[in-house]
Design a protein around this ligand. Sequence first.
Ligand code: NAP
Length: 306
Amino acid sequence: MYNVLIIGSGCAGLTAAIYAARANLKPLVLDGHEPGGQLSLTTHVENYPGFPEGIMGPQLIENMRKQAQKFGAEFKAGALTEVDLSKRPFKIIAGKDIYEARALIVAAGASARLLGLKGEKQLIGHGVSTCATCDGYFFRGKPIAVVGGGDSAMEEANFLSRYASKVHLIHRRNDFRASKIMIERARTNEKVAFVTPFAVEEILAPQGHVEGVSVRNQQTKETQEIPVDGVFVAIGHDPNTIVFKGKLEMDSNGYLLAKHGSLTAIPGVFVAGDVQDHRYRQAVTAAGTGCMAALDAEKFLEEHKD
Ligand code: NAP
């Protein structure tokens, strides 16, 4: 039986672990299917406070993990397959392993959708990115592509135009899901070129880093190559919340709904990080909400000593 079980070992989960461990709660962290979360998929992080020279994403995560372990947090590999939140202690099942916990912190994160192209995942950090705020700065004066037709793609194209010499906004249809104002902003941005209706068929990286994309016109079926140094995939995120369907309140996109800080409708269940945040999605905001969840869990356990 654990006092606190934390689902997810990204920035939010690890910060919750540091706080819960320092409160002597001996938390258990379940790593999940993407140990370390999205930071472990990125390279240089320059906007996490406290590192004037920047820090590599995987190193930042490793530091947080060590910090949590130092204070007594326990880690187990395994991804959540089932939860029973109908009574306390909560039951958490990860494959063959069954855990019980007096309080639960859900910090399962959200996974950026990828295009599913060959080599795409391996090229993350070598020209492929799913986070403009994290990586835009590395493409100063270089041509890049943004893929997608929603608000994220428009926002990223505009944001990246501050750095890039040219932004090719590639979308598979001539219509966009993005709001009119966001489309208009991108259209009037002279650095942004709309490439529609084109689907990316291949990311060209003969030397192990992105040199271009091959795209196919969805109407004429013609292909062409666009030389770019970076490809920003902005086709949405999926919160890792399938297991919580019908158990915790979520919005229409599957993001968990937090009320009053990290609290949910179920006393003793708290949420933190990107699993409940599609707006900010930053390492530092995830860490902040991880801290909030641990403090809320600590207070809850003090008030419920059963
Ligand atoms: P989204 O609205 O779901 O748009 C995803 C886009 O990616 C769509 O254009 C879709 O194309 C395309 N796409 C999906 N899978 C693809 C694939 N396999 N290959 C190529 N293209 C693919 O996602 P989002 O833009 O991340 O926005 C999510 C939510 O956050 C929305 O509600 C949005 O309004 C909100 N948001 C708001 C702001 C803001 O207001 N500042 C900023 C960002 C996000 P199709 O259209 O052809 O399906």
